[in-house]
Design a protein around this ligand. Structure first.
Ligand SMILES: Cc1cc2nc3c(=O)[nH]c(=O)nc-3n(C[C@H](O)[C@H](O)[C@H](O)COP(=O)(O)OP(=O)(O)OC[C@H]3O[C@@H](n4cnc5c(N)ncnc54)[C@H](O)[C@@H]3O)c2cc1C
Length: 377
């Protein structure tokens, strides 16, 4: 593969950045406290066509390679990693429908999702089932009623559509499309969970009690994917690459701010950037962020061009890019000194967001397990 972007892709990335900086960045503050703001940001992204990059043209999208979606999330990660993860969650639900849904499910949901007129989420995690995603208690009983307690659901209180995992009468895992706007009585959604970082990704608990489902709500219908677990794993691989892209965007900012600070901050009569101690931090940050970016682009490329390598590449880039973001956002705080701790400057937020990236969408340890398994150990 050519690990560098084509000139068209570089232009696309610049276009994303231009629009996001002028139209979205001024609105990212306080997404945590304002669900309506999240909805209006999704509408703007949808109107611009950014939520349909990977959606097929026949369903209102652009039908572009997955790497273009990764570039969008990297650009979003530069302005707010939380918002980037909120969009990533939405796009993952769309991917599951596009890859495994029935024609009816695709025509019903994909155009709305691509236009940002309906926000989506994936609800898999439960209190007793995090890394162990098959250990869920959620079930759909003989009468096709769903009972479930899902937690850490990004977009929980702004989504109208949720892809929910639950056990079936005869299967250990099923994926169900739940139209949250239609089933208010059987669904309870908690307030936004306050967390260390990624505040821009609103996160909620969702509980379902005796929610009646029909065969049309099953992802792919009764004839759906033979292995629902494999479908879920594909969704997880997909979102991991986007999480890595968000982490790369975050590290881009840590590096840019650190270089500026190294040039402008003087101590002992000259810029701190003249000190080898600072130069080496910047050199490590630059080299490792470049490595994370290339792994992420390779993983995105392999989804379309080398699918047998996709699972390994997705786990590798998620693990590495989140680690690089965490290590180097901490180094960026160090370069800023006390100013790095100030809530008036961006460094402390980058540092908090980066730590969450190592846990959200699959922990570092689980990614290493996957890489080890995929290389045959
Ligand atoms: C910001 C955020 C957003 C999220 N968004 C969503 C969402 O939209 N939808 C959703 O369904 N879920 C979501 N999650 C949940 C997320 O996927 C889980 O938190 C994650 O998979 C880890 O599960 P856990 O938190 O229960 O940790 P645990 O599974 O309890 O793990 C605890 C520790 O044990 C380690 N560990 C566990 N098993 C192993 C093993 N086999 N080998 C080595 N180490 C192991 C882990 O690496 C970790 O360090 C989100 C989480 C966060 C933080």
């Amino acid at each position: 593969m050519n690990t560098f972007l084509s000139s068209l892709q570089t232009e696309l990335f610049e276009d994303y950045k231009k629009f996001l900086t002028s139209e979205i960045e001024p609105r990212v503050e306080d997404l945590e406290n304002d669900p309506d703001k999240v909805k209006s940001v999704f509408e703007s992204l949808g109107q611009k066509g950014f939520l349909g990059t990977s959606v097929a043209k026949e369903y209102g999208g652009c039908g572009e390679p997955f790497i273009h979606t990764a570039l969008l999330i990297q650009a979003l990660g530069q302005i707010d990693a939380g918002l980037a993860m909120s969009v990533a969650s939405h796009l993952t639900a769309a991917e599951l429908i596009q890859k495994f849904g029935t024609d009816t499910q695709k025509s019903r949901y994909l155009p709305l999702l691509a236009r940002g007129e309906c926000i989506a989420t994936v609800a898999a995690t439960e209190e007793g089932a995090g890394s162990d995603y098959m250990g869920i208690a959620a079930c759909v009983d003989k009468e096709s009623s769903l009972t479930a307690e899902k937690t850490w659901v990004v977009n929980g209180d702004v989504a109208e559509l949720a892809v929910v995992t639950a056990r079936g009468e005869e299967s250990p895992l099923g994926l169900w499309l739940v139209d949250l706007s239609q089933v208010k009585d059987a669904v309870k959604i908690s307030a936004n969970i306050k967390k260390l970082g990624l505040a821009g990704a609103r996160t909620n608990n969702i509980s379902f009690k005796n929610l009646k489902l029909d065969d049309a709500s099953r992802l792919g219908g009764v004839e759906g994917p033979a292995s629902q677990e494999e479908a879920l794993l594909h969704g997880m691989d997909f979102i991991k690459v986007l999480a890595a892209a968000a982490a790369v965007g975050l590290t881009d900012m840590a590096l840019a701010h650190s270089v500026d600070r190294a040039r402008s901050r003087e101590q002992f009569g000259s810029a701190i950037g003249k000190l080898q101690a600072i130069q080496w931090k910047l050199a490590d940050m630059s080299s490792e962020s470049c490595g994370a970016r290339l792994l992420t682009y390779r993983a995105a490329w392999s989804k379309d061009e080398e699918p047998t390598e996709f699972r390994k590449n997705a786990a590798m880039c998620k693990y590495y890019a989140a680690r690089v973001a965490q290590v180097h956002s901490a180094e960026a705080v160090q370069i800023f000194g006390a100013a790095g701790l100030s809530c008036d400057l961006p460094m402390e937020k980058l540092y908090r967001d980066a730590k969450v990236m190592e846990i959200a969408e699959g922990t570092a340890e689980i990614q290493k397990n996957i890489v080890a398994h995929e290389i045959g150990s």
